[in-house]
Each structure stands twice: as structure tokens, then as C-alpha cells.
Design a binder for this molecule. Structure first.
Ligand code: SAJ
Length: 438
């Protein structure tokens, strides 16, 4: 079968780059979103997210006439669902007061319902949104079959996880291997043919539920690996060890690759996807649940570092550097850095945050438009995100910009000796010793 026209539902971090990439590879694309602000921004030739190179690709796609933006779907050869599957904290008390999160599948449900009037014999529908195992067959399939058409026989239905890394989306979209899971082998084949439009990596066909599980397994493994690194940081602090040195040495082992501790795990993927397993099968996922809890508690460990450095936090002026969920992106979703700032504010500290990628920041968090302003009258500097700009800070120049003489590094970005030589006292996350002789 050949695909000439595709409708992409959801123009966020995944949908927009995917829609534009299909368009720049010759496909006629209708990009659909329910958010008026997103539609207006895109219609004005602008984009609502920060992703290197994306603006150029979207503009090229719109200018060529291949990408049009709309508030509702229209008839097409294929439909791709890339809407959010957010989480909410379960407050029913069913989990004995333990933090427990549940998936909100309403956007996937409405997207599937929006496709129903346009579904024809031979149409392909692909779900890309990260979803609990069996969503394609148990949630999406019955909605689409309301048409009287049968999935796998009359139309094709598949699940294909996106695996791109924010900051490198456009390149990874094309180069990464793609898994396509069909409700039948024919559906998988149709999906593989669609993605062959631009994917240069290997395209592997499987069944829909396996494809769903693969995605969640990938991000869950990463979450657990970061949790153990965070736990090592706590242990190193207790035992008078420098965790960064210990990790470097352990990683010399040819089969060990310990990740980096930090202020916690954020973003809309790793910090939420493991919940899809926990929610679906709590009896089978105690390790996954515990790793989530360890990573969610990590901002409290940062608080203990700040308390160690400053004693009482009341009225202390702290310059907090970085609010994004990870280095060199503007995404503040589920950011542990923002959580640390909230905890500091709650403890009575006078925090001023500087986030170079998003100076308008977050409600309730006092922000400064420049680094200089954040540093000016500070008592202490707290580094929360390993942005390249912060890694390059020269301590001997920083002395002139601030009254602070205490710095706290939670991401191992700064060379302790250089800061000490410049007259700062430095505290580092996961470092329970102050000199080699400790
Ligand atoms: N982090 C650490 N220590 C580390 C690595 C990361 O604390 O050693 C933190 C980061 O600071 C951040 C969080 O973990 O807060 C997640 O960052 P990340 O770079 O690990 O992942 P994401 O969420 O930006 O992207 C991930 C990727 N998945 C994997 O690497 C397995 C990406 O390929 C997926 O497409 C994406 O999730 C997604 O959409 O699911």
C-alpha cells in the first residue's frame, strides 16, 4: 500500500517533529491539535516548543504546502496519534497514603474517537503515545471498531513507540531503530511501510502489546539505574566517600556502567513511564515502585546538603542555577530542580532562580532574567542543572559578581579545587569527604 496523506493528532514534542518530517519527505500532512494557542502559534509560522532545528523544519514544511494545521482531522491514508498521556496523583487513599500515580488516558480516547468518522477500509492507525500495556487492543481498537470495520481485517492498527531524546529529536527520529507492533502481521507491515518514508534506522515488526511493553521497559530500566546511582550518592555521603570518584572507578569494570546521581529524575518520560507498569500490575512491580520513590525523594536529599552547608535556611539568600529537568533543554516538566526550589522556599529560604532556557519560568518561583542578578546579593550558590553555560563558569570571575562564599554542586559540574582556590567553600552532592586525606 502507498501512503500519500497522513493526519497527525497532537502537535507536541513528538507529534510536531514527526508531522514536519513526514512533510519534508514528500507526504501530505494535516497536523491536528485541540489547543487554540498551539494552532495560533503554528499558523503564525512560529513554534511553541524549544528543540534545536525544529523551527526551520516546521517552516519549510508549512511553506512547501505539505503541512497544514487544523483543529480537526480529515480523511487520510494514515492517522498517527501522538497526544499526551499525563499522570495524576491518586488521592483516593487506596494505597495507604503512599504516593501512587495513575495514567490519564482521556487524550488518547478522544483522539481515537475523532478518527472514527474518517476511518475507511484500508486506513492505517498508529498509536505513538506511551501507554499502559494492552492499550492498543483494549482501548483504541474497540473505539475504532465502532465504525463496524474490523481491526486487522478492514483497517490496520499498530503501536509504535517514539524513542527520541529531547534536544536531538530530529536526528534520532530518522536514525533510531523503530519498533512497530501490529494487531496483526499485516498491520505491522503497513506501519513499517509508513515509517520507511523517513526512518533510516532498522524497522522491526512485532505485535502491538510487545511494542508497548518495549517502550516502558526501556524507560523503567533507566529510572532504576538512576535510582541506584542516587542511592549510592546517599551511601557515599554517609561513609565519607566521593561518589563521583567511586562511580568513575567502578565504571572501569568492563561490564559496569553506573549512571549519574543528581537532584532527581524529571521530564515527561522516565519519571512517569514506570507508573504504567506499577498501575497495571502493582503485585508484580515492587522494585519499579521503589525506584520511583527513591528518585522522587532525591530533592529532599539535596535539601539535606543545603542544610549541611548553610544550617538554618530561614531568610538565606540562595541563587539557584537551573530549573530545567535536564541539561541544555527548556523543558521544566516534572523538574526535580524546580522541586528543590519549592522545598527551599517552603523552608523559608529567599531563593532566586535563573534558568537560561526559560526566563519566564514557573508560577510561584522567583526568577531573575540574568545570571548576574541571581548571584548579586546571594549568601550561597546552588547548582541544580548541568547546563553547558554553568559548567563553564569561572570561579575567579564569579567572586566579583557575588557576595556568596558558599557553593553547592548537585551535578558534579564544578572542579572543587578551583572553587576553593577562588575563596569558596564547596559542598557537593554525594561527597562525604572534603579532602583526599579524609
Ligand atoms: N538523569 C540523571 N542521571 C543520569 C541520566 C539522567 O539523574 O545519569 C536524569 C536527567 O537529569 C533527567 C531524567 O534523568 O531529569 C531523564 O533524562 P534522560 O536524559 O535520561 O531522558 P529523557 O526523559 O530526556 O528521554 C528519555 C530517553 N530514554 C532513554 O534514554 C531510555 C529517550 O530515548 C526517550 O525517547 C524519552 O525518554 C521518552 O520520550 O520516553
Amino acid at each position: 500500500m502507498s501512503f500519500k496523506k497522513i493526519c497527525v493528532l497532537g502537535l507536541g514534542y513528538i507529534g510536531l517533529p514527526t508531522a514536519s518530517t513526514f512533510a519534508t519527505h514528500g507526504m501530505e500532512v494535516v497536523g491536528v491539535d485541540v489547543n487554540r494557542r498551539v494552532l495560533d502559534t503554528l499558523s503564525n509560522g512560529e513554534i511553541h516548543i524549544h528543540e534545536p532545528g525544529l523551527s526551520t523544519v516546521v517552516q519549510a514544511a508549512v511553506k512547501s504546502g505539505k503541512l497544514t494545521i487544523s483543529e480537526k482531522p480529515e480523511e487520510a491514508d494514515a492517522f498517527l496519534i501522538a497526544v499526551p498521556t499525563p499522570f495524576y496523583l491518586d488521592k483516593t487513599g487506596e494505597h495507604n497514603g503512599e504516593p501512587y500515580k495513575l495514567a490519564d488516558m482521556r487524550a488518547v480516547t478522544s483522539a481515537a474517537e475523532a478518527i472514527v468518522p474518517y476511518l475507511r477500509k484500508g486506513t492505517l492507525v498508529v498509536l505513538e503515545s506511551t501507554s499502559p500495556p494492552r492499550t492498543t487492543v483494549e482501548l483504541v481498537k474497540p473505539i475504532l471498531e465502532q465504525t463496524g470495520l474490523e481491526a486487522g481485517t478492514d483497517f490496520h492498527l499498530a503501536y509504535s513507540p517514539e524513542r527520541v531524546l529531547p534536544g536531538q529529536i530530529l536526528r534520532e527520529l530518522i536514525e533510531n531503530a523503530r519498533v512497530i507492533g501490529g494487531v496483526t502481521p499485516e498491520s505491522a507491515r503497513a506501519g513499517a511501510e509508513l515509517y520507511a518514508t523517513f526512518v533510516k534506522g532498522e524497522i522491526i515488526q512485532t505485535d502491538a502489546t510487545t511494542a508497548e511493553m518495549v517502550k516502558i521497559m526501556e524507560n523503567t530500566t533507566r529510572d532504576i539505574n538512576i535510582a541506584i546511582a542516587n542511592e549510592f550518592a546517599r551511601l557515599a555521603d554517609r561513609f565519607g566517600v566521593d561518589v563521583w570518584e567511586a562511580i568513575k572507578l567502578a565504571n572501569l569494570h568492563p561490564r559496569i556502567n553506573i549512571l549519574s546521581p543528581g537532584p532527581g529524575v524529571g521530564g515527561h518520560c522516565i519519571s512517569v513511564d514506570p507508573w504504567f507498569f506499577v498501575e497495571a500490575a502493582p503485585d508484580l512491580s515492587p522494585l519499579i515502585y521503589t525506584a520511583r520513590k527513591v528518585n522522587d525523594e532525591q530533592p529532599h536529599f539535596v535539601m539535606s546538603l543545603v542544610q549541611k552547608a548553610l544550617g538554618s535556611l530561614k531568610g538565606k539568600k540562595i541563587a539557584a542555577l537551573g530549573l530545567a529537568y535536564k541539561p541544555d533543554v527548556d523543558d521544566l516538566r516534572e523538574s526535580p530542580a524546580a522541586e528543590v526550589v519549592r522545598l527551599l522556599l517552603d523552608a523559608g529560604a529567599n531563593v532566586r532562580s535563573y534558568e537560561p532556557f526559560k526566563t519566564d519560568g514557573l508560577p510561584g518561583i522567583p526568577m531573575t532574567p540574568t545570571l548576574e542578578e541571581a548571584l548579586k546579593d546571594a549568601d550561597a550558590i546552588l547548582l541544580l542543572v548541568r547546563h553547558s553555560q554553568f559548567c563553564k563558569m569561572n570561579p575567579s570571575k564569579v567572586t566579583a559578581l557575588t557576595s556568596a562564599r558558599v557553593v553547592m554542586d548537585t551535578v558534579n559540574a564544578w572542579d572543587a579545587a578551583s572553587w576553593q582556590e577562588a575563596g569558596f567553600q564547596i559542598f557537593r552532592l554525594g561527597v562525604g569527604k572534603f579532602s583526599i586525606s579524609d
